[in-house]
Design a protein around this ligand. Structure first.
Ligand SMILES: *[C@@H]1O[C@H](CO)[C@@H](O)[C@H](O)[C@H]1NC(C)=O
Ligand SMILES: *[C@@H]1O[C@H](CO)[C@@H](O)[C@H](O)[C@H]1NC(C)=O
Ligand SMILES: *[C@@H]1O[C@H](CO)[C@@H](O)[C@H](O)[C@H]1NC(C)=O
Ligand SMILES: *[C@@H]1O[C@H](CO)[C@@H](O)[C@H](O)[C@H]1NC(C)=O
Length: 324
């Protein structure tokens, strides 16, 4: 019995008979010719006759070794050739395939099944086994499909993930930023306040954009920058101070404990998260403290909390002197 183990790799040339006692009597040539015709009909191709792969097969009646034609991809051997008839090939039943010229007595079962986070890359058909690939947003790692990584804030995507490769990230180079954790966003260039006809309020970092404002200073009495603009500038300026994370969290603590509720010392977290909370808290405070009272209030709070460098920076930035 010929089993699936006889599946042969691709044939460029007719295979040589393997049996030692193989004979090539005249009628084999005739038989071969007829097989070729059958195959031509089956495969629906024309020309190139005589170039089909063969196999040796012992005829059951005569015990004679014959040279049989193999069956083309998509078919299997229904009947081996004998002295009267060439090989009879039959198309594979559904969900079965043969990829190469063969002398299998059964087609192979499409035994690949797509797993979790996989999709069909190639359907099972008469000539191909089913093939799978990782679905969109996933890549192959060993036997698994793993979700593409997001680049954390401060770094951006260099190469998008593919079905075979994870996202590639890089820390944002000078002059660019990425504020989001994302598997698609690249580092974006900082906006240029000068070309927007504004002042640079907070220089951009790899984590956030440059923050521009029309507020030159609180003391300036020019009509243009109104108090709201300056208030926002002040909030941004405080929240995005380029100070250590430890100091930033101390600042958060100072601002939180002055409000209507107490919070515990904040859990250690990312700079971006602390800055976001600071922004929210300062906005909240600005709504409680009527503008322009926020500024002197912040200055006295920071003074009491011994955040003197911050206090000094704010005075310098907004040309504000409490003694005025
Ligand atoms: C089977 O699938 C392969 C690859 O997708 C394709 O090249 C071939 O034409 C298909 N065969 C049939 C009979 O549909
Ligand atoms: C970051 O994500 C927010 C929503 O989460 C979006 O509004 C914003 O545009 C994103 N940032 C950039 C630079 O695309
Ligand atoms: C902003 O643009 C101006 C003029 O286009 C240029 O001279 C300046 O270097 C730019 N600043 C930044 C921070 O890119
Ligand atoms: C922030 O401060 C550090 C040192 O304290 C300095 O190296 C860095 O250039 C500063 N970044 C910005 C955007 O000013």
């Amino acid at each position: 019995m010929i089993q699936g183990a006889f599946l042969l790799p691709e044939f460029d040339h007719p295979s040589q008979p393997r049996a030692m006692n193989f004979k090539a009597p005249q009628h084999t040539a005739v038989s071969s010719l007829r097989t070729v015709c059958t195959l031509l009909l089956l495969a629906g191709i024309s020309g190139a006759a005589g170039n089909f792969p063969t196999y040796s097969w012992r005829d059951a009646e005569t015990q004679e070794w014959l040279l049989c034609q193999q069956c083309p991809p998509g078919t299997f051997v229904k009947h081996h050739c004998n002295l009267r008839s060439p090989t009879i090939c039959q198309p594979c039943p559904s969900l079965h395939y043969t990829q190469y010229w063969n002398y299998l007595e059964k087609c192979r079962y499409c035994n690949v099944f797509c797993g979790e986070h996989e999709e069909e890359a190639q359907a099972c058909n008469a000539t191909h086994n089913r093939a799978c690939r990782c679905q969109l947003g996933y890549y192959a790692h060993g036997d698994f499909c793993i979700e593409h990584s997001a680049c954390p804030p401060g770094s951006g995507v260099v190469t998008l993930g593919t079905p075979n490769q994870n996202t590639q990230c890089q820390p944002c180079p000078k002059g660019t930023f990425s504020s989001n954790s994302s598997s698609t966003e690249r580092c974006q260039p900082h906006r240029n306040c000068t070309t927007l006809d504004m002042f640079l309020n907070v220089p951009g970092t790899s984590f956030h954009d440059a923050l521009c404002t029309r507020c030159a200073s609180f003391s300036s009495s020019t009509p243009e920058p109104d108090d709201k603009e300056c208030e926002q500038a002040l909030i941004d300026f405080v929240a995005f101070q380029n100070i250590s994370l430890k100091k930033l969290m101390r600042l958060q603590q100072v601002l939180e404990s002055t409000g209507s509720w107490q919070r515990e010392w904040p859990e250690p977290e990312s700079r971006a998260a602390v800055q976001k909370k600071l922004l929210l808290r300062l906005t909240e405070l600005s709504e409680i403290q009527e503008s322009p009272a926020l500024l002197p209030w912040l200055l006295s709070t920071f003074q009491k909390a011994k955040l003197t460098t911050l206090e000094r920076n704010i005075r310098k930035r907004f040309s504000f002197d409490l003694n005025d």
